[in-house]
Write a protein of this length. Structure first.
Lengths: 219, 368
């Protein structure tokens, strides 16, 4: 099995929504694990990359070739063993060593901090309200949203049961470069990200594979 | 019979869905069905042997299709790595109390303050007269479906749905029973591969790590020595997994009748209704092998039966339940349990009267 990584660096505060809030505290809570560590779900990340892939394919005139590469990466609804996705995407979480260290501390006898402390150290709460036409805050529109602070780096494991083709990696690198915004409020300044494709050792291989992509589509 | 036992560690949440929850929810079973593991191993085999025709090759049919190789459900492992078993339906405690637990298949209670309540926790570990109960941890995630063009949910393309999955970090104990060395070797190599089980396994769910693969020539679900049954007495049957039973007309039935069981044991059985605890559920069974997708609704939709029978029987010679002929009904769920939980075998009945002795692998050795 071939393993790669996607590294996401937040360039602005981001909210990876959990789908609910905490009554009396925030209206939109971020997804976090039992140790208070935020993460972005693999399904969400896969959907974002698949969306970028669809946009790229729409713009390309060599759609057939890259359509096959897209199929091998993301599959399609109703696919079977022969034409299903060849990529398993894990959750984008904080680096594994950090998570392991925090988990070990919290599972120890008397930890110096709680999961809530961890969450609050990595996030902040932003408030927003709608304004009416007179510039006065509209009634009932105050909302609190938790954001993950910019600069936080997430890693997602990518597993290929069969080694990916060069085209598949090239397209994946292109999708990674195309993905710029993630999460709630991403059209309003939140969620700017820089995504890089790395090998199993963490070496950045985005440029190498994107070069192949640009060379092939330029022909 | 060769038993391959192994642990399945969930590196990511696992969705082994069943019919439950609202239409926009997927709720996982509290265990890993053997069919899920079988499907994953089939997929791995086809990945490694792309030109294989499983349906045409007799050895592969025996390995994956025709029931000669049995993929048992994987139940939760406790903190010490010991397998747990489904809590018998006959175990009850008094309402609002957790202890003591009474086995109502063995006794009746008619105290004035007795308000029986079934033990709710789905799995148990029994040691002497103490039982420890377990519930697998679950993780709930809310997902939204967005329209790809609009980038958000719209009227015709968008939904909020929930996945209630088995939480990551837990271990389950898997068992595969096979007939021959070649099948065992093939299974061992397949179990070394990285597997992804269950729904949504391409993104965020289903990654597992198989470990502690062991092989045994004799294996028992419950580590107790089989003993000889007296010529007259009580026989208690507990199903350790869902059972799909067919009646004489070939239709699915939720009833494990004394006649059906007695015919297979070669004895006359009488059912004690008051000590029988049976429940059934509808579960959709879907099998996907290769490129074919077949849905087997099991007649009424697939049924699960946990049964306790307390039967009076007169024994002439208790024959071996041949699980090969009834692999779906028998080897997935049938075992025998007497008053002292002294007899247990998944798939093969392991107790004989004094004149019949049983070999290590469950083969009956009748003596004249």
């Amino acid at each position: 099995m071939a393993t790669y990584k996607l590294q996401l660096t937040l360039l602005s505060d981001a909210t990876f929504g959990r789908g609910d809030g905490v009554a009396g505290l925030v209206d939109v809570e971020v997804e976090h694990d039992v140790y208070g560590l935020p993460y972005l779900r693999g399904r969400t990340l896969k959907g974002l990359l698949a969306e970028e892939c669809a946009n790229i394919l729409f713009g390309l005139q060599q759609a057939a070739r890259w359509q096959q590469a897209a199929q091998s990466l993301f599959g399609q609804p109703g696919s079977n063993l022969e034409d299903g996705a060849g990529l398993h995407m894990g959750d984008a979480a904080l680096p594994a060593a950090l998570r392991a260290a925090i988990a070990a501390d919290l599972q120890a006898g008397q930890p110096a901090y709680t999961p809530n402390d961890i969450l609050e150290s990595l996030t902040a709460i932003r408030n927003q309200t709608a304004m009416d036409e007179t510039g006065v805050p509209a009634d009932g529109s105050l909302r609190a949203m938790r954001v993950i602070l910019r600069g936080t780096v997430f890693e997602a494991d990518l597993h290929f049961p069969s080694p990916p083709t060069e085209d598949a990696l090239a397209l994946l690198a292109a999708c990674a470069k195309a993905l710029r915004r993630v999460g709630t409020g991403r059209n309003r300044g939140r969620g700017r990200v820089q995504v890089t494709l790395c090998d199993a050792q963490g070496q950045n291989i985005t440029a190498k594979h994107f070069d192949h992509f640009t060379k092939e589509v330029s022909q | 019979m060769i038993a391959m036992t192994f642990s399945i560690y969930l590196q990511e949440p696992l969705l082994a869905t069943t019919l439950a929850g609202d239409p926009n929810s997927s709720v996982s079973l509290p265990f890993i069905p053997g069919s899920l593991l079988r499907g994953a191993l089939v997929a791995q085999y086809l990945r490694e042997h792309s030109d294989a025709d499983i349906a045409a090759d007799p050895k592969l049919r025996a390995l994956f299709l025709d029931g000669k190789t049995r993929y048992l459900n994987a139940y939760l492992l406790d903190a010490r790595g010991r397998a747990t078993l489904p809590t018998p339906a006959a175990w009850h405690c008094n309402k609002d109390e957790e202890s003591p637990v009474y086995d109502l298949s063995a006794e009746s209670r008619d105290d004035e303050d007795w308000q029986p309540q079934a033990v709710k926790k789905p799995f148990c570990q029994l040691e002497k007269n103490e039982a420890t109960f377990y519930t697998p941890a679950r993780q709930m995630n809310v997902h939204t479906q967005r329209d790809r063009v609009m980038g958000r949910a719209i009227e015709d393309s968008g939904a909020v749905f929930r996945y209630e999955a088995l939480a990551a970090g837990q271990s389950f104990g898997g068992v595969v029973l096979c007939d021959n060395e070649e099948a065992a070797r093939t299974l061992e190599s397949l179990l070394e591969a990285a597997l992804f089980l269950g729904g949504s396994h391409n993104a965020g769910y289903g990654r597992v790590k198989i470990g502690a693969v062991k092989r045994a020539d004799s294996w028992q679900e419950v580590p107790l020595k089989p003993a000889d049954l007296p010529s007259k007495g009580k026989l208690v049957i507990t199903l350790l997994s869902d059972a799909l039973l067919r009646d004489a007309n070939g239709q699915y039935t939720p009833f494990l009748t004394a006649e059906w069981l007695g015919a297979r044991l070669g004895v006359t059985l009488t059912l004690e209704q008051e000590h029988t605890f049976a429940k059934s559920v509808i579960r959709r069974v879907q099998s996907q092998v290769g490129t074919a997708v077949a849905t087997d609704t099991g007649g009424a939709g697939g049924e699960r039966v946990h049964l306790y029978y307390r039967c009076e029987y007169s024994c002439q010679a208790i024959g071996r339940i041949d699980c090969r002929g009834y692999w779906r009904a028998v080897c997935r769920g049938l075992w025998s349990l007497d008053d002292q939980l002294a007899h247990a075998a998944r798939g093969t009945y392991a107790s004989r009267p004094a004149e019949n002795r049983e070999g290590e692998n469950g083969q009956a050795d009748r003596r004249e």
